[in-house]
Design a protein around this ligand. Structure first.
Ligand SMILES: C[S@@+](CC[C@H](N)C(=O)[O-])C[C@H]1O[C@@H](n2cnc3c(N)ncnc32)[C@H](O)[C@@H]1O
Length: 336
C-alpha cells in the first residue's frame, strides 16, 4: 500500500465526516477512538501532541497514513528505551544539568537513522523540546510538512544514505555538538531492515556516540557470503532457534564488543583511555504489535567514570545473562 493511503478501514471511514473536527475521518481517528488498550498508544494519547496530530493541517498527511497506529506504538517503545539510556547517561538527576537532560532534553542530541517520516523524531521533539534532533533518510520522495509545525523546530532532516561518509559526518558532528555542550549524543534506528541495522551499530561504534537504541527488522538478504549475518537463517535453522532472535543476538554482540580502546573511533587501536566498555541490553517489548519487537541498547561507559549498571564485564560478574520468555523470540539478554 502506498504511503499516505487510507487503510481499508480508513477508506470507508474517510467517507464519513469527523463532525467535531469538520473533516473526513482518518486512520488516526480510528486508532485513537474508544478505549485504548495498548500502553504505548495510550501514553501517546495522553500527550498534547495528540491534539496537534488530530487538528493541525501540517499533520494532515500524517494522520491519513494507514500505518500511523503501528508507527506510534513502535516509536513510543523506542522513546522509552531512549529514556532508559538517558537515565544511564545522567544517573545523578539531582544535579541541575542532569535534571534538565531528563526533563527537557537540554544537552541531548538524537540522530534517528532511516527515520522514514520521523514518527520517533516527532515524539522526541515533543518530549525533549530543548534537545537537538536529526532525522536521516535516503528517500527523497517523502513528504514532511509536519516538520513546519512549531513543535518540530528542533528537528532537522538530512537526505542521506546511511552507508555514505556524509551520514557518518552527520553523526560525528552530532557527537561533537553534544560534547561541546556537555551533553550526550544518542543514535537510534527503528525497524531497520537487514544490513541497515548492522550499519547503525557500525556508525555508533565509529563515531563515539554515547548511546544506541536499535530495533532491527527483517534479516539480511543472502547476497555475499562474507557479509555480516549472511548465514543467519541457516545457522538459526541448524540451531533450531528463531532466526530473528539470532540476528538480534549477533547485533547485540557487535554493539557489546564496543570500540575496545575507548577512543570512540571503532578501531580498537589503543589510542583511547582503555575505557571502551559498553553497557548493553537486549529485550523484547511485548507491547509492540509487530513481530520485530526486539530492542538492543548500548550505553558507553563514561571516561573516568561508569555508566549506571557498569559494563559488560561488570554484568558478567554480577550474573547478567539470558532470561527465557514465554515463547520463541520472547527471551531477553540482560546486562543487570
Ligand atoms: C522500514 S522503514 C523504517 C522507517 C522508520 N524508522 C519506521 O520505524 O517507520 C526503512 C526506512 O529506511 C530508509 N532507508 C532504506 N535504505 C536507506 C539507506 N541506505 N540510507 C538511509 N535510509 C534508508 C527508507 O527510505 C525507509 O524510510
Amino acid at each position: 500500500m502506498e504511503e499516505g493511503q487510507d487503510t481499508e478501514e480508513g477508506h470507508d471511514a474517510s467517507r464519513a465526516p469527523c463532525a467535531a473536527l469538520n473533516r473526513k475521518k482518518a486512520a488516526l481517528d480510528f486508532a485513537l477512538e474508544g478505549e485504548i488498550t495498548n500502553p504505548h498508544l495510550r501514553a501517546f494519547a495522553a500527550t498534547p501532541l495528540r491534539r496537534a496530530l488530530l487538528e493541525d493541517v501540517r499533520f494532515d498527511y500524517w494522520r491519513r497514513y494507514s500505518r500511523c497506529k503501528k508507527e506510534l506504538i513502535e516509536s513510543w517503545a523506542a522513546l522509552e528505551q531512549l529514556r532508559r539510556c538517558v537515565r544511564r547517561l545522567f544517573p545523578s538527576s539531582a544535579a541541575a544539568d542532569d535534571a534538565d537532560a531528563h526533563r527537557t532534553g537540554a544537552g541531548l542530541v538524537f540522530v534517528e537513522l532511516c527515520s522514514g517520516r520521523g514518527c520517533l523524531s516527532m515524539l522526541l521533539a515533543h518530549e525533549f523540546p530543548d534537545a537537538t534532533i536529526h532525522m536521516c533518510d535516503a528517500d527523497a520522495r517523502m513528504k514532511l510538512p509536519h516538520l513546519a509545525h512549531p513543535s518540530m523546530r528542533n528537528v532537522t532532516f538530512h537526505l542521506e544514505d546511511v552507508f555514505t561518509d556524509e551520514a557518518k559526518r552527520t553523526v560525528v558532528d552530532a557527537v561533537a555538538k553534544a560534547e561541546r555542550d556537555g551533553g550526550k549524543c544518542l543514535v537510534v534506528g527503528v525497524h531497520l531492515c537487514g544490513d541497515l541495522a548492522r550499519r547503525a551499530v557500525e556508525l555508533w561504534r565509529a563515531t563515539g556516540a554515547h548511546a544506541l537504541v536499535l530495533c532491527p527488522c527483517c534479516l539480511p538478504r543472502r547476497r555475499r557470503a562474507d557479509a555480516f549475518g549472511f548465514h543467519v537463517k541457516d545457522q538459526a535453522r541448524k540451531m533450531r532457534i528463531d532466526s530473528y532472535a539470532l540476528w538480534c543476538v549477533m547485533l547485540y554482540g557487535l554493539a557489546a564488543a564496543g570500540d575496545g580502546d575507548g577512543d570512540g573511533d571503532g578501531d580498537g587501536d589503543g589510542d583511547g583511555d582503555g575505557e571502551g566498555a559498553v553497557c548493553c541490553n537486549l529485550c523484547v517489548d511485548e507491547d509492540v504489535t509487530s513481530p520485530q519487537r526486539s530492542f538492543i541498547t548500548a550505553v558507553r561507559r563514561a571516561r573516568g567514570g561508569r555508566a549506571r549498571g557498569g559494563g559488560v564485564e561488570a554484568a558478567r560478574s554480577r550474573g547478567g545473562g539470558v532470561v527465557p520468555g514465554r515463547g520463541a523470540g520472547k527471551w531477553r539478554i540482560v546486562d543487570r
